[in-house]
Design a protein around this ligand. Structure first.
Ligand code: FAD
Length: 159
């Protein structure tokens, strides 16, 4: 088994796409991430997994807060901006939820305070305690096998 096979296997797990946002010294920083899941209902906890080399990691360690923004299917460009896949810098205007920066138009905006950090291999798992949530009635952006997709292209399973 090699790393490529591991990546290919992980890519077979269908996910949404989030942008994690934090703020340090009044400057917002965003990063695209799909390593996100809920952890606990009581209390409401979520987890994100950040690469050791990600700028975001040091910033969240300082701010102790972050938001998870589940992107809508018309926000692929924002995913590319915050994954560093666009050549030109783009100006992004943020809204606020519980005083924290969030992405306008996201399907879900989830505000968190850092509860625990756990280093594992070349990533750090950050568990966040959810402090507020805002939801929109729109369809999510999908990521599968290294490609962006939309729910509308998926065929419903007939049983
Ligand atoms: P940078 O690379 O410096 O920033 C990322 C980009 O966001 C830069 O282009 C920067 O200009 C832009 N940006 C940041 N803040 C702003 C702002 N305020 N206004 C405008 N532009 C801004 N990595 C992980 O560690 N975990 C994951 O779960 C993960 N999942 C991913 C899922 C997908 C679908 C993709 C495409 C990538 C994923 N990545 C993940 C990789 C990660 O998104 C990139 O490595 C990213 O570049 C790391 O960001 P950084 O914090 O190091 O900051």
């Amino acid at each position: 088994m090699d790393d490529r096979q591991f990546r290919n296997a992980m890519g077979k797990f269908v996910t949404g796409v989030t942008v994690i946002v934090t703020e340090v010294d009044g400057v917002e920083h965003g990063m695209t991430a799909n390593a996100f899941m809920s952890v606990s209902l009581d209390p409401n906890l979520v987890v994100i997994s950040l690469a050791e080399k990600a700028q975001m990691l040091g910033k969240i360690k300082r701010s102790k807060t972050f938001t998870v923004n589940i992107l809508a299917d018309n926000q692929q460009e924002l995913s590319m901006v915050f994954a560093g896949q666009k050549k030109e810098q783009q100006e992004v205007v943020f809204d606020r939820l519980d005083g924290k920066p969030v992405i306008p138009g996201a399907v879900a905006q989830i505000a968190c305070e850092v509860s625990v950090e756990h280093v594992e291999g070349d990533h750090t798992l950050i568990i966040g305690k959810v402090t507020d949530i805002h939801l929109e009635e729109s369809e999510p952006l999908i990521f599968y096998s290294g490609r962006y997709r939309s729910l509308s292209e998926a065929q419903p399973v007939i049983v």
